[in-house]
Design a protein around this ligand. Structure first.
Ligand code: ASP
Length: 313
């Protein structure tokens, strides 16, 4: 039994050592470590799991190489539309938001929706109107601009295809889902999960993936586990991935590792859904399954030792 623990991801996909520079790898590992430390600093002093996953995801949203917050990809219209959700396992309360373009840390807005709106899920301009009633500051477009993301979008903007994060390198084999997420168990025995994304490059028609959908991209239940997903959202929605894993534990008595393996490496693979997730159960066991080449991930138990990984081990 682990007293408390946290695990995070910065997206899964075709992440290959051959496509990485040592500098970039160091930057990714540093960002993952910072996010774990942000969550652990709270867990160590008895904060609840929800505060820890929010802090970890905010740290990831502030790192431009991940597809969330300041690193969000461009839509077909050349804008940014971000999605996020958060859930507490203690009382099954949740907050979610989609299609927002001006909030620095969408995960904070998801939490505010959970706590103050009386609803679970708000979207678009009206969600931003709610944000302003809560005192959120709006960022200008430039805050979400990065040359790399802009070039990715330019390469596909005149086509009908929507693409995964880092799609500009698809010809060379790189394909990455850069969504970020965190799961945690606190000293009080509470579980929580949080996920945040910019979605897919060149997405249009208000496309929304699994990230803000409770049960698909995010789920937490103190009786079972907490899950945050990354991958091809359409498949994760159809497979109801996060809730499915919780149900396999609750109704079928599977262990966390068995449930994760079945859903990610069997069910999703048969459907053609690429991606992965981070999961933690009520005993503090951590699972980090993915069916792609790699997944940016990191974890720590109560001993405070931070471990990071990117490729298949
Ligand atoms: N799951 C996200 C989506 O479909 C993408 C990702 O994981 O990067 O919007």
């Amino acid at each position: 039994m682990n007293k408390f623990a946290i695990a995070i991801h910065g997206g899964a996909g075709t992440i290959l050592p051959s496509l990485m520079t040592p500098e970039k790898e160091q930057a990714y590992r540093g960002a993952l470590t910072n996010a774990i430390n942000a969550g652990m600093a709270l867990l160590k002093v008895g904060a609840n799991a929800e505060e820890a996953v929010e802090a970890a995801v905010m740290s990831l949203e502030d790192f431009p190489l991940f597809n969330a917050g300041c690193g969000a990809v461009f839509t077909h219209q050349g804008t940014h539309q971000m999605d996020a959700s958060i859930m507490e396992g203690k009382n099954l309360t949740a907050g979610a938001v989609s299609g927002i373009s001006r909030i620095k840390n969408p995960i904070q807005l998801a939490r505010a929706i959970k706590e103050k709106s009386g609803h679970v899920y708000l979207s678009g301009e009206e969600a931003e109107a709610f944000a302003s009633t809560c005192g959120f500051r709006f960022e200008p477009n430039e805050y979400f601009y990065s040359e790399e993301r802009y070039q990715q979008w330019l390469a596909v903007k005149d086509t009908d295809s929507y693409q995964l994060d880092h799609a500009d390198k698809l010809e060379q084999g790189e394909k990455k889902f850069g969504t970020v997420g965190a799961v945690a168990l606190d000293v009080h025995g509470n579980l929580a999960a949080a996920t945040s994304t910019g979605g897919m490059t060149n997405k249009r028609y208000g496309r929304i993936g699994d990230t803000p959908i409770i049960g698909a991209g995010t789920y937490a239940n103190n009786q079972t586990c907490a899950i945050s997903c990354t991958g091809h959202g359409e498949f994760f929605i159809r497979a109801v991935v996060a809730y499915d894993i919780s149900c396999l534990i609750e109704y079928k008595g599977l262990s966390l590792a068995e449930a994760c393996k079945f859903v990610v490496n069997d069910k999703l693979v048969k459907m053609g859904g690429e991606g992965g997730l981070v999961a933690i159960d009520k005993f503090g066991n951590i699972s980090l399954p993915f069916n792609s080449e790699g997944m940016y991930r990191a974890w720590s138990y109560a001993d405070g030792l931070v471990q990071t990984a990117i490729y298949k081990d």
